[in-house]
Design a binder for this molecule. Structure first.
Ligand SMILES: C[S@@+](CC[C@H](N)C(=O)[O-])C[C@H]1O[C@@H](n2cnc3c(N)ncnc32)[C@H](O)[C@@H]1O
Length: 327
């Protein structure tokens, strides 16, 4: 546990020297990084392979927040991934635990983490999603946001009691080195919580999505959004019509490029069904990297890193895993 009254220090991702405040920025030696709208920017503010995510989260900023849909969908997923022991630690009002949330997007997990009394949270993302996240959850004494690359994180080794990365690792260039980078940030005795896409029949038989993605991810941001709007207008009424007929639903999901939630979350109101379908169709057709890993591959990676108390389970978006760093 970090008992200091401050967040873990920021270091220069190039060279590792501590960053100190200068007018409108942070600096170490001859490297200076801007702080814009209160957010340190250790990578370019836009562009790069995660640009489509930035556009997406700024457009559908609140869509997947529990506070917006009025359902505990994100809380339930996070609770399952954390497991009872870590959840108990984060719920202890007499502790302060430094948590890093890697690849925070618009902050669907952030808002739930901030409700846990022990959490002092550092959320990071490579894209302009940090701006959406800040609008959803403004920074304060126990919550800060940083725009940076989790593969070159601006933190010292062993800086966090827990590192949580949900929905992001499959979108980085090399999942194994990303997991190693995240694990390096965990203090001895601390936790790493991750998930990953897994290969599946549903994925490999979603033919139109497989064909469309290489084209869509290369279009301009406006064109990508327009195509996803059009696809949603065309296909969502069909998904809605067959939502209670499992065989028809399964067949349509092979033909249609849409991701829909009539099956996984029938409790979502119709207007939320549309927003979630549009957002996740955009997400799944415009991500630059989409890696797949089996549970045994994730297990192998964690074993190779020397992790202990490893739990790897199929579930959620594919594989969910947590482990501890040896004390
Ligand atoms: C699918 S979104 C998930 C966001 C959020 N965790 C959620 O589940 O709603 C993936 C996020 O990972 C971020 N990301 C991708 N590569 C990253 C990297 N190298 N460092 C930090 N964030 C990254 C993207 O910008 C994007 O916001």
């Amino acid at each position: 546990m970090n008992t200091a009254a401050e967040f873990p220090i920021l270091v220069d991702p190039v060279g590792g020297r501590p960053l100190t405040s200068v007018p409108r920025g942070l600096s170490a030696g001859n490297h200076t990084y801007p702080v814009i709208d209160g957010i340190p920017r250790l990578v370019p503010t836009s562009g790069g392979y995660a640009a489509a995510f930035g556009e997406q989260w700024n457009r559908w900023q609140r869509t997947q927040l529990d506070s917006y849909v009025g359902l505990p969908i994100t809380r339930d997923r996070l609770t399952r991934c954390l497991g009872a022991e870590l959840l108990g630690e984060l719920a202890n009002p007499n502790k302060t635990l430094d948590v890093c949330e890697a690849g925070c997007g618009a902050g669907r997990f952030t808002e739930v983490l901030l409700q846990m009394p022990a959490v002092r949270l550092t959320s990071v993302d490579l894209s302009s999603a940090v701006e959406a996240s800040q609008r959803n959850c403004p920074q304060d004494g126990r919550y800060r946001i940083i725009q940076c690359d989790i593969c070159k994180p601006p933190f010292e080794a062993d800086a966090f009691d827990a590192v949580i990365c949900l929905g992001a690792i499959q979108h980085t260039p090399n999942p194994e080195s990303t997991i190693a980078s995240l694990f390096s940030l965990v203090r001895p005795g601390g936790w790493l919580v991750i998930d990953h896409y897994a290969p599946s029949f549903a994925y490999w038989t979603k033919v139109t999505a497989l064909l469309l993605r290489p084209v869509l991810k290369r279009l301009s941001p406006a064109a990508r959004m327009q195509v996803c709007e059009l696809l949603t207008s065309l296909f969502l009424p069909l998904h809605r019509a067959v939502r209670t007929v499992p065989l028809a639903q399964m067949a349509l999901s092979r033909l249609s490029p849409l991701l829909t939630y009539y099956h996984a979350h029938p409790e979502l109101a119709e207007r939320h069904q549309r927003e979630w379908a549009l957002l996740d169709t955009h997400d799944s057709l415009t991500d630059w990297y989409k890696h797949l890993r089996t549970p045994s591959q994730i297990l192998e990676t964690l074993v190779r890193l020397g992790a202990e108390a490893i739990v790897v389970e199929p579930g959620g978006n594919g594989v969910e895993a947590r482990c501890r760093k040896t004390k």
